[in-house]
Design a binder for this molecule. Structure first.
Ligand code: NAP
Ligand code: GCO
Length: 261
């Protein structure tokens, strides 16, 4: 097989959690472009329906499921249904996530737990659900959406940083425990990307906007397009000997002390 052919996903089934917009939607697009059948999930039927329509608009017949990634019974049911109706999941992208931007001293323990539950326990539950069949099939790919906050802290994102730091280590642990079954588990660590989640930070004249431009050598916000190539690499057999790695797609933020004001 040529190296280029190793990027093909023909015959593969990919599940991208929370993919009706943003980074998950973009990753689903590139996996489909490479030949994969796309499945995704949202918490509400209306969001699943909206997601199916959004995918149709870009030529993708996606399979949508109502499932909260923190609900283990619902996750097991969704995975079982996908396996029966579509096929064993070859590629899991743990994309679903949330963030609360609140000063730690004002953040309730229940709000902290909610972020941990969605951003860390959810990927754990999802990975647990898909790994048994991946082992039976002879291998698989798990990609966890990590973050700059897997490495750095900042004001107001204590829960999110704790979750994404944990997700980095969960990624490494899945790689360690299941690498012998030809399962590769890696992370993508996006920098600051233009999605609805960061829209408040990009509001006109928001000081954070100028701050990020100054902290990014590329001197721009990232886009979902910037993440598609790295996602395809980690989803394909081109990365079969890459395991437990967090691929930061950040325009150089983690390498850079920041521009002098
Ligand atoms: P996002 O706003 O973080 O949300 C992604 C999706 O997750 C939404 O469709 C949301 O559905 C879904 N979701 C939330 N909780 C869920 C649950 N319990 N069960 C199922 N689905 C759930 O989107 P994003 O900005 O595109 O980010 C995608 C991922 O990349 C996230 O993990 C995020 O933390 C990470 N990330 C983002 C950036 C960035 O700059 N945007 C940078 C680094 C990492 P609802 O519509 O129902 O809420
Ligand atoms: C924030 C941002 C970041 C990005 C991303 C950076 O408030 O700092 O939302 O957390 O979402 O995680 O990699």
């Amino acid at each position: 097989m040529s190296v280029v052919d190793r990027f093909s996903l023909n015959g593969k089934v990919a599940l991208v959690t929370g993919a009706r917009y943003g980074i998950g939607f973009g990753i689903a697009q590139v996996l489909h472009e490479a030949g994969a059948v796309i499945a995704f999930n949202q918490r509400k039927q209306e969001d699943v329906d909206a997601g199916i329509e959004s995918f149709k608009e870009v030529g993708i017949e996606a399979h949508g499921f109502v499932c909260d990634v923190t609900d283990e019974a619902a996750v097991l049911n969704m995975v079982s249904t996908i396996e029966k109706e579509i096929g064993i999941i070859d590629i899991l992208v743990n994309n679903a996530g949330m963030i609360k931007r609140v000063p730690m001293l004002e953040l309730s323990a229940s709000d902290f737990r909610q972020v941990i539950d969605i951003d860390l326990t959810g990927p754990f539950i999802m990975a647990k659900a898909v790994i048994p069949s991946m082992i039976k099939k002879g291998g698989g790919k798990i990609i966890n959406l990590c973050s700059m906050m897997s490495e750095l802290g900042r004001e107001t994102v204590s829960a999110y940083a704790a979750a994404k730091g944990g997700l980095k280590m969960l990624t490494k642990n899945i790689a360690s425990e299941y690498g012998e079954y030809n399962i590769q588990c890696n992370g993508i660590g996006p920098g600051y990307i233009e999605t609805p989640q960061t829209a408040p930070l990009r509001a006109k004249d928001h000081p954070f906007n100028k701050f990020i431009i100054g902290k990014t050598p590329a001197a721009r916000w990232g886009t979902v397009e910037d993440l598609k190539g790295p996602a395809l690499f980690l989803a394909s057999s081109a990365s079969d000997f890459v395991n437990g790695h967090i691929l930061y797609v950040d325009g150089g933020i983690l390498a850079y002390i920041g521009k002098q004001p």
